[in-house]
Design a protein around this ligand. Structure first.
Ligand SMILES: [Zn+2]
Length: 81
């Protein structure tokens, strides 16, 4: 994803997106451990968290798109193709 340099909002959204991505990988690791140890209850909880993070990442992607359209129309037009 391309971000305009020096834009505080771009930096904020991309940092939140990166944090959500890190959470995603951390939970994937936990899920593997829980499944390996056959902890069904823990697995269910982790899967629910993964779903919540997937929604958060989707929302952040939309936020980035909307922000780019509003604040950086040239950047977003270039990245559309
Ligand atoms: Zn921006």
């Amino acid at each position: 994803m391309a971000f305009a340099e020096g834009c505080e909002e771009c930096r904020r959204i991309s940092a939140a997106y990166e944090a959500a991505t890190m959470d995603w990988f951390r939970l994937q690791g936990q899920l593997r451990v829980a499944e390996y140890s056959r902890e069904a209850e823990a697995s269910d909880k982790i899967v629910a968290e993964l779903n919540a993070i997937a929604k958060r990442r989707q929302a952040l992607r939309e936020e980035i798109e909307n922000h780019n359209l509003a604040a950086h129309p040239r950047t977003s037009a270039a990245s559309k193709s």
